[in-house]
Write a protein that binds this ligand. Structure first.
Ligand code: FE
Length: 353
């Protein structure tokens, strides 16, 4: 009888102890049911990327979407109280800047390190922050087939030459896509030569810079511009479209991979990292690992027409296949990042809006 009481008592204690132990775990499980994502990605098709993660993990994603600059400002003003768990950016220079500003938390993930090539992520630094590139895109030239001979526009440099006077269109020079391109050119050719180039570009404009990359492609098709610059996925989106108005655009334009005989076509990356004070740290790492998984990587290729960072991932995208292979520029992301301030300054000097 006494033995039975002791056993009951011990049983009760074990029960009590196990429920106390379970408490933090339950809290943790609850905590991990949501994730605050600060994203500069602006692609409608990304919806599938996020909903797939929620379906797989049960973790709800709260999204704050803004451009890279606005996100950076917001993170600065929120400081240590920021609810951000994951920060996604769409430009190498911005990722670099975010690292310098200390927005990312250093994390260690064998999975991410094995999946993402070393040149597409920040250098391992136990004290510094960490970011990973999840997809790449190229900045290429589109031209009006009736107005422009492709050999006259097959380098970034040629766009600034007198033969292209009155033909060139770009989006604002202050946009990250342009600042990274120009930052890379500063690295290749030096600041003085790049300023000369920018001056030539301003002199060759068909209209003042305005709109996004798709607007440049449309203006090339309409003949308002003879030649323009665009990120590859905007072109592929049109190439794959079955809408008659998009096919009409595609029928008027050609594209070239710039600088194939010399330094290669400028490429950029989209990527991100865990926010420095992430309240949902485990969910944040889980999300980044998801972005490097086969299914998410296939999404980048087949959903948003970007090249996956993970080399083994299969691309089933006729548009991307149509672009074919190309020689890519090989310039460090840190160099592109640090040159963006000089890039903006020289654009201001030559009046490149
Ligand atoms: Fe974009």
């Amino acid at each position: 009888m006494a033995n039975q009481s002791i056993r009951k008592y011990l049983g009760f204690c074990t029960l009590l102890l196990s429920s106390v132990l379970a408490l933090p775990l339950q809290l943790h499980a609850q905590e991990a049911k949501e994730l605050n994502l600060y994203s500069a990605r602006h692609y409608q098709t990304d919806e599938a990327l996020y909903s797939d993660f929620t379906k797989k993990t049960g973790i709800k994603i709260n999204r704050i979407e803004a451009d890279d600059n606005a996100l950076a400002e917001r993170l600065k003003s929120e400081g240590a109280n920021s609810p951000a768990d994951v920060i996604l950016m769409v430009d190498a220079a911005r990722l670099w800047r975010a690292q310098i500003d200390g927005f990312f938390k250093p994390i260690h993930s064998k999975y991410l390190e094995s999946r993402i090539p070393a040149n597409l992520r920040s250098k391992p630094d136990p004290e510094g922050s960490t970011w990973f590139g999840f997809s790449t895109r190229a900045r290429l030239v589109v031209y009006n087939k009736a107005k422009v001979n492709p050999v006259d526009v097959d380098t970034y440099e040629k766009l600034a030459e007198p033969m292209n006077k009155g033909k060139v269109c770009t989006r604002s020079g202050a946009h990250p896509y342009m600042l990274s391109l120009i930052g890379a050119m500063i690295e290749r050719r030096g600041e003085a030569a790049t300023e000369e180039w920018a001056k030539g570009m301003v002199g060759n404009m068909a209209r003042p810079p305005r709109g996004g990359d798709t607007d440049q492609i449309k203006a090339v098709a309409s003949g308002e511009c003879g030649v323009a610059l665009t990120n590859s996925y905007y072109l592929v989106r049109l190439l794959r479209s079955t809408k008659p108005e998009d096919q009409a655009i595609v029928s008027k334009i050609g594209f070239v991979w710039p600088n194939q005989q010399t330094t290669g076509t400028h490429i950029n990356i989209a990527g991100g990292g865990v926010a420095k004070n992430a309240p949902h740290l485990r969910a944040a790492i889980q999300f980044l690992e998801y972005l490097a998984s086969d299914s998410a990587q296939e999404y980048f290729a087949n959903g948003n027409n970007e090249w996956p960072a993970v080399k083994s991932v299969k691309i089933e995208n006729e548009g991307l296949k149509m672009l074919g292979p190309f020689k890519a520029e090989n310039i460090s992301i840190a160099a592109i990042g640090k040159n963006q301030i000089a890039a903006q300054r020289l654009l201001d000097r030559v009046g490149y809006k």
